[in-house]
Structure formats: C-alpha cells, structure tokens
Design a protein around this ligand. Structure first.
Ligand code: INI
Length: 152
C-alpha cells in the first residue's frame, strides 16, 4: 500500500451533466477526497461535459497539459436508454484507452446501474461514493506510476 498524498498535484475532474442530480454528488465526493489528501482547491479543475459518451474527448485534452491525473465522473442508467451498452461501453473503453495510450493516471468514477436508486446508493448513499473512490484511485496511481518509473 502506498500513502496517499495529493500535495502539489494538479487534478482534472471530467464530469457528465447527464443525470447531474447524481453526478453532482460524485463531484462533491471527489472534491472532499482530494482536499483530504492535500490537493489545493486552485489545483483542481472541473470540466462538465454533456454526457458520459463525451468524457473520453475531454479526458484526452486534459491528458495533454499540466495535469498529473484525472477523475472521470458519470452515471449511466440501464432503464433510461436502449443505448445503455453503447454509452457505458464507449465511456469505459475510451477512458481506459486514453489512460494507457497517454500513460496518464485516471480514476474511473462512471457508475453503471440498472436503476436510479442503485446509482444514488453509489453516490454517497449506502454503497459509498464512487466519486471519492475514483479520486483516491487517481491519486494513488500517480504515486504507483512514479515509483515504477523510478525503479525500472
Ligand atoms: N449519458 C449519460 O451519461 N448517462 C446516461 O444514462 C445516458 N442515457 O441514458 O442516454 C447518457 N446519454 C447521453 C450521451 O452520453 C451523450 O451525451 C449523447 O448521446 C450526445 O452525444
């Protein structure tokens, strides 16, 4: 296990406006976690995109600049669309592809759920906050990557 420290890191949060009554809770969870590990508010930049499908493009832009890591936040609910598989699949595939191609630490906070209630449970409800988890994962991966680069 590594000790988490976000001190001095610049973090991009890419958040989907679709289902924003839930993604706003993920956003709060991510911000709280980043503050807890020492990331300064002025080093956290949030970019809202229309839906989870658009997250990969914004992430791709964020991966090119001054940021050390990104946190991606979205909510895709099966009941709401027959496009569920496309939207959630493309978001996950795109995020993973960019993270690996650009060797850029990313926390995956895109919830896929069968119902709105299940999504709410994972956004600060009885099953924790996926935004918080994703933020901490992004911070942890910055130090894992740094360590591997120093060791190899
Ligand atoms: N986007 C989401 O983030 N979650 C959803 O549940 C969703 N549904 O249900 O359709 C959704 N659709 C929008 C999509 O991400 C794009 O923004 C849209 O297709 C425009 O490109």
């Amino acid at each position: 296990m590594v000790t988490l420290s976000g001190t001095g890191l610049k973090i991009a949060i890419i958040a989907s406006s679709f289902n924003d009554f839930i993604t706003k809770k993920l956003h709060v969870g991510a911000l709280e976690a980043l503050r807890e590990v020492g990331t300064k508010d002025e080093d956290i930049h949030t970019y809202w995109v229309p839906g989870s499908f658009e997250i990969p493009l914004a992430l791709s832009e964020a991966a090119e600049g001054k940021f050390d890591a990104a946190v991606c936040l979205g909510v895709v609910i099966r009941g709401e669309t027959p496009h569920f598989n496309y939207v959630s699949g493309e978001a996950a595939r795109g995020i993973s592809e960019i993270s690996m191609k650009k060797q850029f630490p990313v926390g995956f906070g895109v919830i896929t759920a069968d119902t709105t209630d299940q999504a709410i449970d994972r956004a600060g409800g009885k099953r924790g906050n996926k935004g918080r988890e994703a933020a901490l994962a992004a911070i942890e991966m910055t130090s894992v990557v740094k360590k591997i680069r120093a060791d190899r």
